[in-house]
Design a protein around this ligand. Structure first.
Ligand code: GLN
Length: 495
């Protein structure tokens, strides 16, 4: 029989409902696997929360015994270490928050706890979610479960790798410019970024507030729909949270993999571009032909401002980050670095100087510059205008189409260290994910091919608040292909 740790959320729920396993046994199976394998393989976790997991699992068992059938009750999971957890260290991958123990749960941490999930640990990430490889973590890089010499993508690399390594059936990450979809693609799991405002960010450590979104990783689209049901919806604590009705996402998935009448747009700008690997392009085109064979109608379109996406993002995101990260001053949240005779200013300087890594400092400097008087209009305001043009590109396409399809990332997972010295090469990873983020749209990456033993992701981008359509498309693809069933070498390793 396949090990418990290889099962999907749906399968685990059935076992729990039939009382064939207890939530406590389930948590233990995952924790044992993590404790015996994570450190010597992928290093996906910064903190393992065994004590909390066991307490939550006992509670879940009580609820199960009393007949509670909440859809995620008893299911183990992992959170990116940027989601605050009461009483549990939350680092955002940074030295400056190395000892930060939040006094309250974020809304999503709490919603998942109320749903009965069991928190196994906090996942490694690029410092403050800045990066595409998880090599910017202040603690250690995470490795790709398909090839330990390669990166898992980022910034939610720990969350993606943990699901691919079968340490948890689902995890949460955050996506500001691609940080769920890109590591999802590189680790061969489903990665889902909801519409901006769909999921509350209250208690999420902010990177770029007009872009950040929380979303799930899982091994099937159906599991992602189940998690989305638990986390989506209005939260009065987050002023950007949308007061829109939330559909039942699992109900939107069809039993029959039929895409008749679904119109898919292929943007010219997402194919045959410089730096795109031929194998990735071929896999994505095959995947799209497959969608056509399920009944979808394809059409070529243009998203003409795509080429300005990266430049726009790298003004707006650092500008917002420079403001958000001003709060880490060595006085609040974390330990201060002070020496005898230090003035307050010295403490700020020492704590921020030692507490932030290179990429974070680079962005604080860039962002402060872009916001400074005299440059604000030339850079920040200009970038906001281009952002509107990028959004209008999508608006025009969505007048005639239901979704946009293309690659998630231009390459498969690259070797550790390959891009750390060249920030611009690193930024190029997000060519196809950043425009969606700038436009606030939902996007999913589903496993859609393999090139030389490494996974390729197909990206499906939807209209604002129309998560249901892209889930349906991803689900239809998954029902008729086997890419998502392939297990990474670390996944098949016995503990
Ligand atoms: N890789 C992009 C960056 O470095 C996106 C990160 C993210 O989505 N958090 O900013």
């Amino acid at each position: 029989m396949a090990p418990l740790t290889s099962k999907t959320v749906r399968e685990l729920r059935e076992l729990l409902d039939r009382r064939e396993i207890s939530a406590l046994e389930l948590a233990a199976a995952h924790l044992d696997r993590i404790e015996s394998l994570d450190e010597k393989t992928v290093r996906s976790l910064i903190t393992v929360t065994r004590e909390l997991a066991e307490a939550q699992a006992r509670l879940a068992d009580q609820r199960l015994a009393s007949g509670d059938r909440a859809p995620l009750l008893g299911v183990p999971m992992i959170l990116k270490d940027v989601l605050t957890t009461r009483g549990i260290r939350t680092t955002a991958g940074s030295k400056i928050l190395e000892n930060f123990i939040p006094i309250e749960d974020g809304t999503i941490t709490r919603r998942l706890a109320d749903a009965g999930t069991v928190l196994l640990g906090k996942a490694n990430m690029d410092e403050f979610a800045m990066g595409s490889s998880t090599e910017n973590s202040a603690f250690f890089p995470t490795r790709n479960p398909w090839d330990l010499e390669r990166v898992p993508g980022g910034s939610s690399g720990g969350s993606a790798a943990s699901v691919s390594a079968e340490f948890a059936p689902f995890s949460l990450g955050t996506d500001t410019g691609g940080s769920i979809r890109q590591p999802g693609a590189l680790c061969g799991v489903v990665g889902f970024k909801p519409t901006y405002g769909r999921v509350s960010r209250y208690g999420l450590i902010a990177f770029a507030s007009s872009l950040d979104q929380i979303g799930p990783f899982s091994r099937t689209v159906e599991d992602t729909a189940m998690v989305l049901n638990a986390i989506a919806g209005y939260d009065p604590c987050d002023s950007t949270s949308l007061q829109a009705a939330v559909p039942d996402y699992t109900a939107a998935l069809q039993r029959e993999p039929n895409l008749k009448g679904v119109r898919l747009a292929l943007p010219r700008e997402y194919f045959s571009v410089e730096g795109m690997e031929a194998g990735v392009e071929a896999s994505v085109k095959d995947a799209i032909s497959h969608l056509e064979s399920l009944g979808a109608e394809l059409g070529e379109v243009s998203l003409p401002h795509t080429q300005y996406g990266l430049a726009t993002y790298y003004l707006i995101a650092p500008a917002e980050a420079s403001a958000n990260l001003a709060r880490y001053d060595g006085i609040k949240y974390s330990t201060s670095l002070r020496e005898p005779g230090d003035t307050l200013w010295d403490v700020y300087e020492r704590s921020r100087g030692k507490g932030f890594g290179r990429e974070v400092k680079r962005r604080i400097i860039l962002g402060t510059y872009a916001l400074s008087s005299g440059y604000y209009d030339a850079y920040y305001v200009k970038a906001q205008k281009v952002r509107t043009l990028i959004k209008q590109d999508f608006d025009a396409v969505f007048e005639k189409y239901d979704a946009v399809v293309g690659p998630t990332s231009p390459t498969v997972a690259f070797p550790l260290g390959a891009k750390t010295q060249d920030p611009l090469a690193m930024y190029l990873n997000d060519l196809f994910t950043i425009p969606t983020s700038l436009a606030g749209l939902p996007g999913i990456s589903v496993p859609a091919g393999m090139v030389d033993g490494l996974p390729v992701g197909l990206q499906v981008i939807g209209k604002a608040l129309d998560e249901a359509t892209i889930l349906r498309i991803g689900h239809a693809f998954e029902q008729t292909t086997t890419w998502h069933t392939l297990r990474s070498p670390v996944a098949i390793q016995e503990p």
